[in-house]
Design a protein around this ligand. Sequence first.
Ligand code: FES
Length: 109
Amino acid sequence: MTQWHAVTRVRDLEGRKRAAVTVEGTTLALFWIKGKVYALADTCIHEQRQLSKGAILFGKIVCPGHQWKFDPETGEAEGQDGRCAPTYPVQVTEDGTVLVSLEQVEAVG
Ligand code: FES
């Protein structure tokens, strides 16, 4: 059974569009993109910079390290032979609480 963790509120994400949260020792990067919340591993798969300090550009997450662009839904890094950042399930409750699970979503591709 999926274990969900309350990590923030949507209204707190809407302003900055990104946040780092730690759940049971795992740090996740949360993003608010086009009205939806996404969770990825905060540590970049390239050289370990923090994705939560990156930018959002045309719906993609841009790592502050070397500007790899990640699809927020799948975690796939554009132009990197299908390499993917781990992504995590997210739910938003009716009162705007953001819940995440540490059960990684299987990478596609
Ligand atoms: S550390 Fe993220 S692109 Fe290099």
